[in-house]
Design a binder for this molecule. Structure first.
Ligand code: ATP
Length: 250
């Protein structure tokens, strides 16, 4: 079979446009609408299959009404999208998403390594609440996030391994930081100060804390004063995406 360059280009362009479209509408109101349209479409297929004439008539009228309503309801979003296409911002958003994914991958890679080696670690990821007071308790680094650097910091013989590392949007702001311990009565008596400090900081801020237990290598994640234990690579990535995706792209 002959290689059709234009067909290849056609598929590539379509894939990029569809991907950009979904990246753009992810986390917006439009995604709910898209789900609604999909449900309507499936119902309409079923209805046509069984030949429900009156119901089909009703569905067709609803579809027409939805088509007219979309530009009215989503006028602000459509305007924003067109403006962004004009400024080439959609492409920028795409590269922003790629960078953000790379940062999460780097952190997860480091966490998995620390967990396999049973190296205790406490990593705080800043969201919107400022953590300057916490950073002041430690050693300021302001370094690019890399799994190797994180592993070096938490290496037991490293002078920086005690305390928490603070991450600020892909930069290692500081290490050796002291966090506030939770004042709550934690029912699980096995949770020591590392885990209590992680709960403490997430009670006082909207940060996320990732903990690797020195004793068991177990990975935990604290957010909003609550803790999830025993996360694997997939779950950890999923949770971090969930907590940062919209923040990073706004
Ligand atoms: N307030 C704090 N802020 C930051 N880090 C802390 C704080 N308190 C303790 N840590 C860290 O936790 C370590 C002690 O962990 P500890 O064994 O008490 O906790 P743990 O929750 O049982 O964790 P692990 O399962 O790793 O043993 C300390 O060496 C220090 O690095």
């Amino acid at each position: 079979m002959e290689f059709d360059f234009f067909l290849f280009l056609d598929i590539l362009v379509t894939a990029v446009v569809v991907y950009s479209f979904f990246t753009f509408i992810k986390g917006t109101r439009a995604i709910q609408l898209l789900k609604g349209i999909l449900v309507l479409f499936v119902i309409s297929l079923i209805s046509k299959h069984f030949g429900f004439q009156i119901f089909n008539f009703l569905l067709e009228r609803i579809q027409t009404a939805v088509l007219i309503a979309i530009p009215v309801i989503f006028q602000p979003e459509l305007r924003r999208a067109l403006e962004q296409i004009g400024r080439g911002k959609m492409l920028k958003e795409l590269s922003g998403t790629r960078k953000f994914k790379a940062k999460i991958d780097e952190l997860v890679k480091a966490t998995m390594k620390l967990s396999a080696d049973k190296t205790g670690a406490l990593i705080v990821l800043k969201r919107t609440t400022g953590l300057d007071e916490i950073v002041d308790t430690g050693i300021e680094l302001d370094a690019k996030l890399s799994s190797e650097l994180l592993a070096t910091i938490f290496f037991p013989k490293s002078p920086l391994h005690d305390g928490a590392v603070i991450l600020d949007h892909g930069r290692i702001e500081a290490a050796n930081c002291l966090l506030p311990l939770t004042q709550r009565n934690i029912s699980d008596y096995r949770l020591g100060t590392r885990h209590r400090a992680a709960i403490g900081i997430t009670e006082e801020s909207d940060a996320v804390a990732v903990i690797v237990s020195e004793e068991t290598g177990r990975i935990s994640l604290a957010f909003d004063g609550k803790m999830q234990h025993g996360l694997d690579e997939f779950k950890l990535k999923e949770e971090l995406f969930d907590k940062f995706e919209n923040l990073e792209q706004s």
